[in-house]
Design a protein. Structure first.
Lengths: 581, 384
C-alpha cells in the first residue's frame, strides 16, 4: 500500500478525486467465503436422449456456423443423424427446458439440417486407423446392429454384419415409409458406416445360413434381429384372406411390391405402425380408417404424425374394439364393440371396457392389423433367456451365453430407433470390456450421461476430456432474464394434395437461416457458450480472458466470492461452493 | 427551418442537434413526451444514440453518471417527483464534475396530487451544484439546450434546463430550428477531462479525507463563479451565429425606473404585455427577466437594480417558512449593498394556477401604492 497523498492546497489538486495508482497489492480474494468455478452440467435434452447425443454441444457449433463441427460431434455418439433427425420421437424436446419458457428447441430439425449439410458437402466418415483388436460378428443390419458395428470399428475391431434381407437397414428400411425417411438418406448413412471398414453380408438369414456354431471365428457376437412378427388380435377370422399384418404390408410397399387392398381399408391399432399403414394406404389412392380401442388421449402414436394423417384424410374411430372378422360378398365385415374408459391400467392409461350390447359392423375391402410386433424366438440359440417376450440381457447387453450380446427390439420393448442405436452402442462398449477383461458395469458408470441410462462412448474413447457434472440442469436453475421469448422455427411441409400423390418426403429441412435462428434459441443448459455474462458482471474483474476469449477461469487472487457470476450465468455453467475453512 | 412545435419537441430538437451519445430515462409518470420523442427518433435511426430505459429516475441519472464518466455526451429529462427521486445522484453528477444536461419540466410536487406547473421541483434542487436555466418560450428552450452543453462542458458542471409544464411543454409555438451544420459549428464534440483508457486504469470518486474535501468543494464554487463569464461568451457567440441571445437576465420596459418587476419562466411573457401597458399609463416601470438561477446572477441584477426604489418579485414557488425563493435570493444578494430597494415578495400561481395579466397588474399596483411591503409574503390571487 502506498502512502496517503498530501496536497498543499487546492491549486495542486486535480478537479476530482481520482486515483492513478493501482490496487493490485490488495488481494481481495482473501475475503472470499464462497468460491465460484466453471463446471459444465448435464442438459436435460442429452440426459433423455437414448442415443446420448451431445445436443447442447452440436447446437452450439451450429450457432457458430460450424456445421461440419456439429456433424463431427453428433457422429461421436450416433452414426444416424439423418435418420434420427427425421424419425426419432425426440424425447429430448419433451425434456427441453425451453418448454417451460415458450416452446422447446426443434432439436430433431437441427440434427437433420446438420446431416443434410454434411451430405451436400459429400462428407464421408474416415476409416478408423490402427491395429485391429479382434473380429466381431453382428447379426442384423438394423439401427442397433449398425450402431454396434460402427462403434466397434471405432474401438478398433473388425466387424462383419450378417443381414437376412437383401439390403441393410432393418426396420428403418422395411418398416418406415419413405415419405418419412427417404431411402437415399438411409443408404448414405449405411454406406458411411461401411466406409469405416464394416463389412455387411446381406441375404444371410440367421438360424438358417448362419448360426452361432458357424461364428466360432469371431470373439464376440451381437444379435439384433429385431421384432418382425405382427402381434395377433386373437379374434376369429384374423387369418382370413385380405387380412394383413401392418409391418408385412409396409415391407411390401417399401419393396415396391404390388398389394391388392381394394378401395376401403380398415387399420386396427393406434400406434405408429397403424399411422404409417393408414398414410401409406392413402398414398396408394385408397380410403383408410383407423380403429382404436381407447381415446385420443391414450393413443401411442406421435401427435404430429397423427395430425398429419388426419390432414391427409385418414379417418379415426376411437373407442371401438374388433371382436370378429367375417367375409361377406367379397367384403370384410368387421364386428366391433364400443368401449368406454375405466380405471387406469399398469401402463398408466385408462383401460378400455366394452359397453355391453353395443355391437356394430364395419365393412372394408381389407383389414390391416397393426397392434404391435413381436420377437420371433424360434431361431434363437438355446440358453438365451427370455422375459416379457424379449431376450433378457444385462445392462451392458450381455446374455446368459458368454460372448453373446443382444440389443435393439429383440431385447427391449422400447421399440424406437433411438433406443436401438443406444443399445448397439452400449453393446459395443461391453464387447470391448469383455475382450479386454474390463468390468463393463464400472465402465458404464464412468460414462453415464446424467443418471443414465444413456452413455457417452466419446468419453470412453477420450477419457482425458473434461468431466461433466452428471446433475441435470432444471428450468428453475436458469437465469431467464437473458432470454427473450421466440417462436420455434417450423419445418416446411408439403401441401396435402401433393403429398398424398406419392411417397415423397413430407417435411423439408431447415434453411441455413432458420437453422441459425433455431440454434440461437437454445439455452445451452449447463454448458458454457462463452456468452461472457460472468466477465461483464464481475465487480472485481476476476474473470480471466485469454487472447480476448473467455478462458473459463476465475482469478482467485481477487475474486471476493460475491456470487454474481453464478447468479448472472444464464445457463448454470458456473457452480458456487463454500470455501473450506 | 421554422416549425410549429411544443416545448417538449423543442427539447428533442435541441438534443438531436447536440448529438447526444447516451440518453437514459424512466418512461413512466411524471415523464413527459420529451423522452417519447427521443426514443422514437432513436428507434427510427434518425438519431445515433444509445437509449437506456431504466427502472427509476435515480437509475436514469446513475446511468448517465457512468456514461458521462466514460467520456460521452449525456441527456435525460424528468419532472416533479421524478427529479426529487434523482436528488442523491444530482449531487453525484456535480461532485464528479460531469457535464450532463437535464431538462426539467417544472411541475408542483405532491401531495396533494397536481400535475401542473410551478417551480418547487427544480428549486428544491438548488443546492445540488447544478447550473439552472429557466426558459420563457419554446425557441429559448431549444437554444438553451444547445447552450447548456457548451457551458456544462466548459466549466465541467451539470446544467438543468427548466421549462414550465403545459404552458410551454404542451403548447405549440413557431420555433426556428438551426441546421445541423450550424449547430455542429457552435457545439464541438465533447472532450472529457479524464478519458477512460483500460490500458491505464484510473479509480474515480475515491475517498477524500477531511484534509481535502473542503478544497474539492471550493473548486466547484470556483467553477460556478466562472459560469457568468463563460455563459456570456457562449450566449454572445450564439447570438452572432443564430441571431438570438438571452443573457443571464434581461431588462425590458423603461431604461430607468423607480419600480422593477422581477419574474422567471413564462410569467415573463405575460409580464411584458402588462409592463408595456402600464408604462403607457405613465407608470415608472421596467421588467426584469431572470433566466439563470444558479449561479445566481448577483452582479448582473445589481447592475439593473441600483436606481430602483422598489422591486416586485413574483415567485411561482414557495419555501414554506420563508416565502418565494427568488425574492429571498434577491434580498440576500442586496444585503451588502448600500442602496437597497424594498423587495415586494409576491407568491402566486402554485400548482399551475394561471398568473393572469390582471394578477400581475394587481401586484404592480400594490407595489406602486405602498412605500414598503406590509408583509414578507404577499399572496397574489389567494382565496381567503
Amino acid at each position: 500500500m502506498s502512502d496517503p497523498i498530501q496536497f498543499k492546497g487546492a491549486s495542486q489538486m486535480p478537479m476530482i478525486s481520482v486515483s492513478f495508482g493501482h490496487m493490485d497489492w490488495n488481494k481481495t480474494g482473501a475475503w472470499r467465503a464462497q468460491r465460484p468455478f466453471y463446471e459444465d452440467k448435464t442438459p436435460p435434452c442429452r440426459a433423455s436422449c437414448p442415443v446420448g447425443n451431445d445436443i447442447a454441444g452440436f447446437i452450439q457449433k451450429v450457432t457458430e456456423g460450424d456445421f461440419e463441427g456439429a456433424w463431427n460431434l453428433i457422429k461421436e455418439e450416433n452414426p444416424f443423424p439423418g435418420v434420427c433427425g427425421r424419425v426419432c420421437f425426440h424425447p429430448c424436446e419433451s425434456k427441453c427446458n425451453r418448454r417451460d419458457y415458450d416452446e422447446p428447441i426443434a432439436i430433431h430439425a437441427l440434427e437433420r439440417f446438420v446431416s443434410d449439410f454434411a451430405l451436400n458437402l459429400n462428407r464421408k466418415m474416415q476409416e478408423a486407423p490402427g491395429v485391429r483388436k479382434g473380429k466381431i460378428a453382428v447379426i442384423g443390419a438394423g439401427p442397433a446392429g449398425m450402431s454396434c458395428a460402427y462403434h466397434l470399428t471405432r474401438l478398433h475391431y473388425d466387424v462383419t454384419v450378417f443381414e437376412s434381407s437383401s439390403s441393410a437397414g432393418g426396420m428403418l428400411r422395411a418398416g418406415i415409409p419413405s415419405y418419412r425417411l427417404p431411402k437415399d438418406v438411409l443408404d448414405r448413412e449405411i454406406s458411411n458406416i461401411e466406409a469405416l471398414g464394416v463389412e455387411i453380408r446381406t441375404g444371410i438369414p440367421f438360424g438358417e445360413d448362419v448360426n452361432l456354431d458357424g461364428l466360432k471365428d469371431y470373439q464376440a457376437v451381437f444379435i439384433a434381429t429385431g421384432a418382425h412378427q405382427s402381434r395377433s388380435l386373437h379374434i376369429p377370422g384374423e387369418k382370413g384372406k385380405s387380412v394383413f399384418g401392418g409391418l408385412d404390408l409396409l415391407k411390401k410397399i417399401n419393396l415396391n411390391k404390388k398389394v391388392k387392398l381394394g378401395d376401403k381399408v380398415a387399420v386396427i391399432g393406434g400406434g405408429n405402425t397403424g399411422i404409417d399403414v393408414a398414410r401409406s394406404v392413402i398414398r396408394l389412392g385408397k380410403k383408410a380408417t383407423i380403429l382404436y380401442r381407447r381415446s385420443k388421449e391414450e393413443m401411442p402414436a406421435f401427435e404430429e404424425e397423427l395430425a398429419e394423417a388426419v390432414e391427409e384424410g385418414v379417418k379415426i374411430r376411437y373407442l371401438v374394439n374388433p371382436i370378429h372378422i367375417r367375409q361377406e360378398d367379397g367384403l370384410q365385415r368387421l364386428e366391433c364393440l364400443r368401449m368406454e374408459l375405466g380405471e387406469k391400467d399398469e401402463s398408466g392409461r385408462r383401460r378400455p371396457v366394452p359397453i355391453p350390447k353395443s355391437n356394430f359392423f364395419f365393412k372394408a375391402d381389407s383389414i390391416i392389423i397393426a397392434t404391435g410386433e413381436e420377437v420371433d424366438v424360434s431361431y434363437l440359440p438355446k440358453g438365451m433367456e427370455k422375459r416379457e417376450g424379449v431376450v433378457l440381457t444385462q445392462r451392458d447387453g450381455s446374455t446368459g451365453i458368454k460372448g453373446i450380446f443382444a440389443g435393439g427390439d429383440l431385447a427391449s420393448n422400447q421399440r424406437t430407433v433411438a433406443h436401438a442405436i443406444g443399445s448397439g452402442k452400449k453393446a459395443a462398449l461391453a464387447i470391448d470390456c469383455y475382450l479386454s477383461g474390463k468390468d463393463s458395469e464400472e465402465a458404464i458408470r464412468q460414462i453415464l450421461i446424467g443418471e443414465g441410462p444413456s452413455i457417452s462412448i466419446s468419453r470412453y474413447l477420450h477419457p482425458e476430456e473434461k468431466r461433466i457434472n452428471p446433475r441435470v440442469v432444471t428450468f428453475d436453475e436458469l437465469n431467464t432474464d437473458y432470454f427473450e421469448p421466440s417462436e420455434r422455427c417450423r419445418e416446411a411441409k408439403g401441401v396435402v394434395k401433393k403429398r398424398i400423390k406419392g411417397f415423397e418426403e413430407v417435411t423439408s429441412g431447415y434453411t441455413e437461416g432458420s437453422a441459425l435462428e433455431e440454434a440461437d434459441r437454445c439455452f445451452s443448459c449447463g454448458t458454457c457458450n462463452r456468452c461472457e455474462n460472468c466477465y461483464v458482471f464481475c465487480p472485481d474483474a476476476s474473470i480471466i480472458k485469454a487472447e480476448g476469449v473467455l478462458s473459463r477461469q476465475v482469478d482467485y487472487d481477487f475474486c471476493k466470492g460475491c456470487g454474481i457470476c453464478f447468479s448472472e450465468c444464464p445457463r448454470r455453467a458456473i457452480s458456487l461452493e463454500e470455501e473450506a475453512r | 427551418m421554422k416549425k410549429v412545435i411544443t416545448g417538449n419537441q423543442a427539447v428533442a430538437y435541441g438534443v438531436i442537434l447536440s448529438r447526444v451519445d447516451v440518453i437514459s430515462a424512466y418512461p413512466i409518470t411524471p415523464q413527459t413526451t420529451i423522452v417519447e420523442e427521443l426514443s422514437e427518433l432513436t428507434a427510427s435511426g434518425r438519431m445515433k444514440t444509445v437509449f437506456l430505459k431504466v427502472e427509476s429516475e435515480h437509475s436514469a441519472m446513475a446511468a448517465l453518471i457512468g456514461a458521462s464518466t466514460g467520456g460521452v455526451r449525456c441527456f435525460t429529462a424528468t419532472s416533479s417527483q421524478g427529479l426529487a427521486y434523482m436528488h442523491e445522484m444530482l449531487h453525484w453528477a456535480s461532485g464528479a464534475r460531469l457535464p450532463i444536461v437535464l431538462v426539467d419540466v417544472n411541475r408542483a410536487i405532491a401531495p396533494p396530487w397536481n400535475i401542473w406547473s410551478d417551480q418547487s421541483d427544480s428549486l428544491s434542487q438548488r443546492d445540488t451544484g447544478w447550473v439552472q436555466l429557466y426558459c420563457e418560450h419554446n425557441q429559448e428552450v431549444l437554444d438553451t439546450v444547445l447552450q447548456a452543453y457548451r457551458i456544462a462542458e466548459s466549466v465541467k458542471l451539470p446544467v438543468m434546463v427548466v421549462l414550465d409544464a403545459y404552458v410551454l411543454s404542451h403548447t405549440s409555438e413557431p420555433v426556428e430550428i438551426p441546421a445541423a451544420e450550424q449547430a455542429d459549428a457552435f457545439l464541438p464534440p465533447y472532450c472529457p477531462e479524464y478519458p477512460i483508457d483500460t490500458r491505464e486504469p484510473v479509480a474515480f470518486s475515491t475517498i477524500a479525507t477531511p484534509d481535502h474535501f473542503l478544497e474539492f468543494r471550493y473548486k466547484i464554487q470556483k467553477a460556478m463563479e466562472q459560469v457568468s463569464e463563460i455563459s456570456k461568451k457562449v450566449d454572445d457567440e450564439f447570438r452572432s451565429r443564430f441571431g438570438r441571445g438571452y443573457g443571464a437576465i434581461e431588462r425590458y420596459g423603461k431604461e430607468e425606473a423607480e419600480m422593477l418587476l422581477m419574474t422567471s419562466g413564462t410569467v415573463t411573457g405575460t409580464s411584458r404585455i402588462v409592463v408595456e401597458k402600464l408604462i403607457g399609463k405613465r407608470y415608472d416601470l421596467a421588467g426584469l427577466k431572470i433566466k439563470r438561477f444558479r449561479p445566481f446572477p448577483f452582479e448582473e441584477i445589481y447592475g439593473e437594480i441600483k436606481g430602483a426604489k422598489k422591486v416586485a418579485v413574483i415567485d411561482r414557488n414557495l419555501s414554506a417558512g420563508v416565502g418565494g425563493i427568488f425574492a429571498q435570493e434577491l434580498r440576500a444578494a442586496l444585503y451588502s449593498k448600500e442602496k437597497r430597494p424594498h423587495i415586494f415578495g409576491f407568491v402566486s400561481g402554485l400548482g399551475g394556477r394561471d398568473i393572469t395579466p390582471e394578477l400581475i397588474e394587481e401586484a404592480i399596483q400594490y407595489t406602486a401604492d405602498h412605500a414598503r411591503p406590509e408583509e414578507d409574503i404577499l399572496w397574489l390571487g389567494l382565496k381567503k
